[in-house]
Write a protein that binds this ligand. Structure first.
Ligand SMILES: *Cc1c(COP(=O)(O)O)cnc(C)c1O
Length: 468
């Protein structure tokens, strides 16, 4: 499988090459040059497969023969063996034809484990084959950091540095990152906000001259294609359990960087019958304004009860826009270069195409808490605030009650106690494997909001020697 950049100014790459990088050198994101397509008969024959078996069917065409089938099988099986539910992604009924897909049964209690458990093992395999070491550098507002650390801490050929904004992540989130032990694991608390962390990471990727010649930076946020790929699988898994592919289903997806919902869009493109794809945002609603009113413009960041979706501009949206512009990289570049605070519009036919593909809703904190309280009193079930945004948006947008509507439940409620308390409910307990989280010893280094200080830290802490 070949991958191309959305900005059209760099050569095609194979899967291994896009796995081992971040943005393309021209500033674009990598997407498959051509998508595979599965027939209804093929999809229908997968009904009895386990989660791992289904994953292998779906991801293999995207990887081709770059990773031999037995090795890929081991990587996938080991990754999902870390999940604490036999179904890996169980479905729970919320109402009449309303469902929630629980994506929080991995080690760090958010859906990011689905991709990052696999990413760490893929890196290990590929780097061993190439006899190479790499440096992972990532910025996190919480969930990506812990999932990346859990997924990559055993990787012998990886040094991993995660930046988080000092004193601005929740206690659970910080503890989940800073208690991961390993001599290749480094947490940096930056004296700044999440955007500062991201700016430093971006600048480091753009100029990697601070690294020794035999190293390169690898991204663990959802600009890394491998993350998107692994998230396509659970759309198929859920649909097959609710009568698909003969029965179409709909999904509501709590959205920040447009990674998870873009995976749903791809699931549809490669053959899964999906009726509605609902983009569920909190009050940081650039995507909702674009879909509902053809207004693509950034506003100021608002801190909400669903912090993992507090994002001004969704990086993966560029991957979708590339398709919307018929893969015309020049048109995409022109659009992205004009982007700022002014409101951008696409043409009327393009906007109609967007509306045919996505529905959307924006849900504020008050409604999020009301939704948590309503579901709790009706079913005794606790929703995390991100999931609650998705559930409410599903109700607002549902156009056909005869089609199963599935909200992706992206995190365990114990991770985001503030919203639960605000909804008037007692904070839930952490699952068994994290019961002692608050007694564990933390390791992190506070650094200034300064690129040079961060790169100097990375340079002096990476492992010097190649492994044999
Ligand atoms: C990351 C995250 C999201 C947003 O996912 P995107 O792929 O960035 O859209 C939603 N909910 C939770 C709990 C998350 O951690």
């Amino acid at each position: 499988m070949k991958y191309i950049s959305t900005r059209g100014a760099c050569p095609e790459q194979n899967f291994e090459q896009v796995l081992l990088t971040g943005l393309a050198p021209d500033g674009g994101l990598y997407v498959p040059k051509e998508l595979p397509h599965f027939s209804l008969a093929q999809i229908s024959s997968w009904k009895d497969l386990s989660y791992s078996e289904l994953a292998l069917k779906i991801i293999t065409p995207f990887i081709g023969d770059e990773i031999p089938a037995p090795a890929l099988r081991t990587i996938i099986e080991e990754s999902y063996a870390e999940f604490d539910h036999p179904d890996v992604a169980p479905l729970t009924k919320l109402g009449d034809n309303e469902w929630m897909l629980e994506l929080y049964h991995g080690p760090t209690l958010a859906f990011k484990d689905f991709a990052l458990q696999v990413l760490g093992r893929l890196l290990d395999y590929v780097l061993k084959e190439k006899d190479q070491r790499v440096v992972i550098l990532g910025a996190t507002s919480g969930d990506t950091g812990s999932a990346a650390l859990e997924g990559c801490r055993h990787s012998e050929r990886v040094d991993i540095f995660i930046l988080h904004p000092h004193n601005r992540v929740s206690d659970v989130q910080r503890k989940q990152m800073t208690t991961v032990l390993g001599d290749n694991v480094f947490n940096l608390a930056v004296e700044g906000n999440f955007d500062d962390c991201q700016r430093i990471v971006k600048a480091a990727f753009a100029d990697q001259s601070f690294l020794p010649d035999d190293r390169q930076l690898v991204a663990v946020n959802s600009i890394n294609w491998a993350r998107i790929l692994m998230q396509i699988v659970y759309y198929f898994y859920a649909a097959l359990r609710l009568g698909g592919p003969e029965q179409a289903v709909s999904f509501s997806v709590p959205t920040g960087n447009f990674g998870d919902i873009y995976a749903g869009y791809l699931a549809k493109r490669i053959g899964l019958p999906i009726k509605q794809l609902v983009v569920a945002t909190n009050t940081n609603d650039i995507l909702h304004r674009f879909i509902s009113a053809n207004d693509y413009s950034a506003t100021d960041l608002i801190h909400t009860y669903s912090p993992s979706m507090d994002i001004l501009v969704s990086s993966n949206f560029e991957r979708y826009l590339f398709d919307l512009f018929d893969r015309d990289a020049e048109a995409l570049c022109a659009f992205m270069n004009r982007f700022g605070t002014q409101s951008l519009k696409v043409s009327e036919p393009q906007w109609q195409q967007v509306r045919a593909c996505f529905d959307s809703a924006s849900v504020d904190d008050e409604t999020t808490c009301k939704t948590i309280a309503e579901v709790y009193s009706r079913l005794g079930l606790l929703l995390d605030p991100h999931t609650a945004v998705g559930v409410k948006a599903a109700q607002l947008c549902n156009s056909d009650k005869s089609v199963p509507m599935i909200t992706l439940s992206t995190a365990h409620p114990a991770k985001f106690g503030a919203a639960i308390t605000a909804a008037g409910i007692e904070t839930p307990e952490l699952p068994d494997h994290l019961q002692d989280l608050f007694e564990r010893e933390e390791h992190y280094t506070v650094v200034a909001n300064d690129l040079a200080e961060v790169t100097a830290f990375v340079k002096s802490h990476i492992h010097k020697k190649q492994l044999a």
